[in-house]
Design a binder for this molecule. Structure first.
Ligand code: FDM
Ligand code: MG
Length: 221
């Protein structure tokens, strides 16, 4: 049996440079003759993804539980194809995953309250239990000032300062729990120049992308 591919997740706030870093990493892997592909969540192309897309653009309203479960279902739609690609030795770079799922939902607060959660943290985590677990999750940590300097946030739901601040706090908790469950969670200072960020990322993944002997783990299991 040959080695399986590595499952690399890149997480972070808006304007943290996730998509740029993911694309740069893909190019570098391809230049090094590593079989690799880039995926992203939400995958807005599927039927469920289209419902998510419409919600994010505020073209539709959905109950907060419903949209949370749709984001998770959107990952489950792709779960078996992720497993298959990894088994065939292909490395996957994934732009956002279940960690964004928890962070954005669990950071929602009840209307009229300052900090009382709308959705329970454990409830938010549960629908993703058993998904393919990443071999490493890389959290690009950008400061509010640098995010603003990069052109600020866009028009979509969640692209607001107060939301981003709360989301960041939940990411910290998620990272601790992922590490506690044996996962590899790397926080990278995304205020640095793109080249410097890429150097840190490359250093963290360069051994993993040679292929992995061990089995693919299940998330939160
Ligand atoms: N998002 C993303 C969630 O709320 N839950 C999820 O499970 C995922 C994967 O969707 F604001 C949020 C994060 C972001 C928005 O993401 C769209 P992109 O990366 O900007 O397309
Ligand atoms: Mg966005």
């Amino acid at each position: 049996m040959g080695k399986r591919g590595a499952f690399i997740v890149i997480e972070g706030l808006d304007k943290s440079g996730k998509s740029t870093q993911a694309a740069t990493l893909l190019r570098r892997l391809q230049d090094s003759q590593v079989s690799a592909k880039l995926i992203k969540f939400p995958d807005r192309t599927t039927t469920i993804g289209k419902m998510v897309d419409s919600y994010l653009r505020s073209e539709s309203e959905l109950d907060d539980h419903v949209i949370h479960l749709l984001f998770s279902a959107n990952r489950w739609e792709l779960a078996s194809s992720i497993e298959e690609s990894l088994k065939q030795g292909e490395t996957i770079i994934c732009d956002r995953y279940a960690f964004s799922g928890i962070a954005f939902s669990a950071s929602k607060i009840r209307p009229g309250s300052h900090s009382y959660p709308l959705l329970d943290y454990a409830w938010c985590r549960s629908p993703d239990i058993g998904l393919p677990a990443p071999d490493i999750a890389i959290m690009l940590d950008v400061s509010q000032d640098v995010a603003q300097a990069r052109g600020g946030y866009g028009e979509e739901r969640y692209e607001k300062e107060d939301v981003q601040r709360r989301v960041r706090d939940v990411f910290v908790r998620i990272g601790e729990e992922f590490e506690g469950s044996g996962g590899k969670w790397l926080v990278v200072d995304a205020d640095e120049k793109p080249d410097e960020v890429q150097t840190v990322i490359w250093d963290a993944v360069k051994d993993l992308v040679k292929g992995i002997e061990g089995p693919l783990e299940k998330l939160w299991d």
